[in-house]
Design a protein around this ligand. Structure first.
Ligand code: ZN
Ligand code: ZN
Length: 413
């Protein structure tokens, strides 16, 4: 798929060289100064300073969350969310604004930090859109909520904002938009109605056995054998209990047990991650996982295992009518050939928690971040790779244009 070269976003965004240069500066600054989830203090201050420059009132919500409230008379209220956090990744790139930042995880571990999921492009696009809207008060009426959300990577940020009273502090929007950079051609966006990103449920399971000498299995209840049965049997849930055309994934990502080859240990521990697209499938899979764990423990004569929830991501559901309308708008500003149909992703995002808390519709789409040569090479980096560094242009123009077009589709005069 090639871009429609006659329709570069840069031509369509009525921004002078000034803002264009500033947008690149925002991006380079953010990229070089990433912060870990729920520790986005300097990022929040950077955003607040920009909003101050533009004369946009703002409020802190959920610790390091910042919401700019751009009021411009009577009219619709629309929300746009950009996530602000980075990841514990050591950047492997040659760009001049490469991150050498370090941070400290909650458990005290010091780690390198990188915007390895491209949230710096999201923040840059929304800061740029805010600047255009603030300078064009004659062109629209209403209120725009510029929602800079922390902690997406840990599923803590949207929840923290909602629990901190986000929707009591700002006017109720009629729709909330959001976007994410992905491996794909810069200049293109991908959008699809309906379920677009999966529910994610992560659990920790502790199995209890009876410890004994490795030579005396008759005196043991072996939690490793029990765990092996559980892990294997869990894979039969998707294969044998779910309709082949419905999406579900069950992944056991860690398994730890024992200290020595001739000791049957007292316990074993594993974590699993469950992805689903629909409520009924989710309920079925979660119930089946619980059933298999309990039944295998019973089959081993072991005590009941302990199941703890680690975290949960909501699903992202694109309101069909809003998505159809927005798809037309994006085609208008980006060019027909640059708006592609997205494949729903089994990845997750906590964006959906924001509109869900209010019961308002939302639309979430993706934009590409790589040039044609990288796309053609077949070695395009994926999100969370140490090489996931989108090309600034036309990635940022595309994201800023899409954000602006979505907002204006609601508030333009
Ligand atoms: Zn990510
Ligand atoms: Zn992300």
């Amino acid at each position: 798929m090639s871009t429609d070269q006659s329709l570069q976003p840069a031509d369509r965004l009525e921004l002078g060289e000034d803002l264009r240069a500033r947008m690149l500066e925002f991006y380079r600054h953010l990229h070089a100064n990433p912060e870990l989830s729920m520790q986005e203090h300097r990022t929040a201050e950077f955003i607040e300073a920009h909003l101050d420059t533009l004369g946009i009132e703002h409020v802190r919500v959920g610790g390091t969350g910042v919401v700019g409230v751009l009021r411009n008379g009577d009219g619709p209220v629309v929300g746009f969310r950009a996530d602000t956090d980075a990841l514990p990744i050591e950047e492997d790139s040659a760009v001049a604004y490469r991150s050498t930042a370090r941070g400290t995880l909650e458990d005290g571990t010091e780690v390198p930090v990188m915007h390895g999921c491209g949230h710096d492009t999201h923040v840059t696009a929304l800061m740029t859109a805010a600047e255009v809207l603030a300078a064009d008060r004659d062109g629209w009426a209403g209120t725009v909520l510029l929602i800079f959300q922390p902690g997406e990577e840990t599923a803590a940020g949207a929840k923290a904002m909602v629990e901190d009273g986000l929707w009591e502090k700002v006017p109720r929007p009629e729709v909330v938009y959001g976007q994410h950079v992905m491996p794909g051609l810069a200049g293109t966006v991908e959008i699809v109605p309906g379920a677009v990103m999966a529910y994610a449920d992560s659990w920790k399971v502790t199995l209890f056995g009876e410890q004994s000498h490795g030579s005396q299995p008759q005196d043991s209840i072996d939690p490793i054998v029990l765990g092996a049965h559980i892990v294997t049997r869990l894979q039969s849930i998707v294969a044998r209990e779910i309709h082949p055309r419905r999406a579900a994934v069950v992944t056991v990502g860690t398994f730890h047990a024992g200290l020595k080859e001739n000791i049957i240990p007292a316990s074993a521990e594993f974590t699993l991650n469950i992805r689903t697209m629909d409520d009924d499938v989710r309920e079925r899979v979660l119930a089946s996982v619980r059933r298999v764990i309990a039944a295998e423990a019973a089959a081993s004569g072991a005590p009941e295992p302990r199941i703890e929830e680690l975290y949960r991501f909501p699903r992202n559901f694109n309101d069909p009518a809003e998505t159809e309308a927005l798809t037309g708008v994006l085609r208008g500003v980006l060019g027909e050939g640059n708006v592609l149909e997205a494949e729903p992703k089994m990845g997750s995002e906590d964006f959906g928690a924001l509109p869900a808390a209010l019961g308002v519709p939302s639309v979430f789409w993706f934009f590409g971040g790589f040039d044609q040569a990288t796309v053609d090479s077949g070695t395009m980096p994926v999100n969370h790779s140490p090489r996931f560094v989108p090309v600034p242009e036309p990635t940022l123009w595309t994201a800023a244009t899409a954000a602006l077009a979505a907002i204006r589709s609601k508030v333009a005069r």
